[in-house]
Ligand binder design. Structure first.
Ligand SMILES: [Zn+2]
Length: 135
């Protein structure tokens, strides 16, 4: 078990993570594959995916998270931010063909207004900690 990556994202955070994973893989499949017969996500993209998961886990909006595009927090480090923009720009338009349902959900989510933050909003991380303490 790897403590840094083996945890669950709840609800919408998990579906967002799956969508981003699909976009990372579309990008990686086109740009970083050596063996073209069998897709294997490269180390760089895999590390980036872990980074994304950790950011989603810590997002203070939790499951009420707005789309990253609209979010006022900007929690990504500069390097990862550039990587994210590069991947989104390349894979975004391709999502509608490869994963139409994910793509449409993503587009709808992008248009949602940013929720007001309040004390009841917990990050995925805080929820996980609370669950552990109950045991
Ligand atoms: Zn890659």
């Amino acid at each position: 078990m790897n403590k840094e990556t083996d945890f669950r994202l709840l609800g919408r955070l998990d579906s967002e993570f799956k969508t981003i994973t699909a976009m990372i893989d579309i990008y990686c499949a086109k740009h970083h594959q050596i063996n073209t017969l069998k897709f294997q996500r490269c180390n760089n993209c895999d590390q980036f995916r872990t980074y994304v998961k950790q950011r989603l886990d810590r997002c203070p909006y939790g499951e009420n998270k707005p789309s990253c595009k609209q979010c006022p927090i900007h929690c990504y480090k500069p390097q990862q931010k550039i990587m994210s923009q590069t991947i989104m720009r390349y894979s975004g338009p391709k999502m509608i063909v490869k994963h139409p349902i994910m793509a449409i959900k993503h587009l709808i989510h992008d248009k949602k207004t940013i929720p007001e933050r309040n004390k009841e909003m917990l990050s995925n991380h805080q929820k996980r900690k609370a669950l552990l303490n109950k045991k």
